[in-house]
Design a protein around this ligand. Sequence first.
Ligand code: HCB
Length: 215
Amino acid sequence: MRDEFFQKITASVVDGEPEITVDLTKRAIEAGLEPMAIIDQGLIPGMDIVGKKFDSGEYFLPNLIFSAKAMQASMDILEPELHARNQERKMAGKVVIGTVQGDIHEIGKSLVATMLAANSFQVYDLGVDVKPEVFIQKVRETGSNLVGLSALLTTTMPVQKDVILALQEAGLRDKVKVMVGGAPVTRSWADEIGADGFAEDAIGAVVVAKSLCKE
Ligand code: HCB
């Protein structure tokens, strides 16, 4: 019965069916399955499959959004259950993310935030048009080890560099990694401004974030 539950939960995440994932999650808890096992053996394998399908071109952005929603909806039920059992999920890292000052493009940044949250990162999403000092303040407040900076305009790309300089000035640069992204952002731009990582899409961002947080 356990394996059947896990397989169905995995499939509902892969299919991007939040309502089914929620229903299965509730039933699995009622049946006595451990919340941590539901995450490790049901949800995470689902997101792994989704990542592979996206990489191979079988899945597109809407698939990612629905799968991440399914995972997140299940996590909303499981987090309080873990808490009640004094079990905290082992987080992959703490990420402060936002679209930089002067830029109101939100979709890509939010997708990256959702995918990170679905992959066991604690995410602090500051929204759009975020001033460098607000990133600094949030990093200090949360003790985050990663900052994700999104910029969609060639005119706001330099603000990514401003945030890196502000981290340096605040004495935080050696405590936090910086990952940049956004349609006009390239690896060479990331190198030029001294970012630690660059990702072209949300799945890539999860891979880069995991590797930066391991360092
Ligand atoms: Co906007 N806009 N826009 N826009 N916009 C772009 C970005 C242009 C390229 C369109 C064009 O001219 N061809 C252009 C920028 C040109 C340039 O600078 N070279 C542009 C412009 C000029 C503008 C305005 C200035 C237009 C105006 O008012 N005259 C204005 C900007 C206002 C401002 O920000 N101050 C503006 C406004 C808008 C909206 C409001 C109408 C709307 C945004 C709505 C919203 O987000 N709530 C909008 C949109 C939707 C776009 C396009 C069409 C799509 C952007 C998008 O959402 N892409 C875009 C054209 C395009 O890019 N094709 C156009 C989909 C997401 C999923 O991709 O690249 O954002 P993404 O994110 C990826 C990836 O980059 C990476 O992962 C994400 C997920 O796969 N990633 C990260 C992103 N952030 C990351 C952070 C990390 O740490 C790691 C990875």
